[in-house]
Design a binder for this molecule. Sequence first.
Ligand code: SIN
Length: 328
Amino acid sequence: MSRSYHIHLLATGGTIAGAGKAGRTSGYKAGSISPDLLIKTLPPLPDYFHLTVEQICSVDSNEINDVLWLSLARRINELAKSDIDGFVITHGTDTLDETAYFLNLTVKTEKPVILTGAMRPSTATSADGPLNLFQAIHLAAKPEAFGKGVLVCFCDSIYSGRDVQKVNTYKTDAFNEQDLSCLGYMRDEDCYFLNESLAVHTTASCFDISSLTRLPRVDILSFYAGAPVDALDFYASKAQGLVISGTGSGNYSAAWKEKIRELADRHIPVVRASRIGHGIVSRDPHFESSENCFPSYTLPPQKARILLSLALTVTSSYQEMEQMFRKY
Ligand code: SIN
């Protein structure tokens, strides 16, 4: 007799659960249909799959926040102790890369945790949700997905939660891993891994969210030609840390640099990231002349924000924070 697989689906909403005018890809409401209904649109799963379903929330992923992240991570950590073999999370695509990275740093299991979603609502012509979900469920049962950290399964590809980014506003092939492409492919229910992320994740991560109710506030500020320096004062009065979405290799004006140096007196860490979306922001003596400022290395602003926020829960040392940006 073949082994059975217990896969648990955690539904959060998004376009994959969206519904609108028949055939249309726009003008729909995200998070409108139940996961049970969504499952009915899938090709039949083999008998050895035992699929259980739980609705965590039913939102457009622009409504996802730290409170939801913490409860989702805690829920997975609790369920991971049971006989469940793998998890699938359905999620809106707009912030899917952020949730994937947060969970990659905070879930304490080697069992597969796979996020998926869709670019077209369930009522569109050629909705992409059913195939994405079908493949995510299969991937969650694969031994090859075990111990790889949180993964994203989307449009026939497998991505790491660490590096995945949304790169297209409407096409169904909407994700990528910057210059790294993807970890592997899905073809029907089969997976083909090509490589894996070297960044530390899940069970090896130092972050313990079990008693957190909120995350320290970290805000992202965009620098652009002529950006006013008082924006830094405003955000520094609200947040415990800042991420700059700079130009080029994490650059900004001399006035911003001077203001960031002043923020050292207020013990505000500032991470230098880039709006470019490809490449690396590494140490540069021109910018790292004040101790509170360090580069995001290969993290884009929205993920640097998550890591800085978690870092603030365990240390106030700028050196230790920067080490985390090299490690995670
Ligand atoms: C959302 O992120 O919830 C809406 C967009 C999408 O899922 O593609």
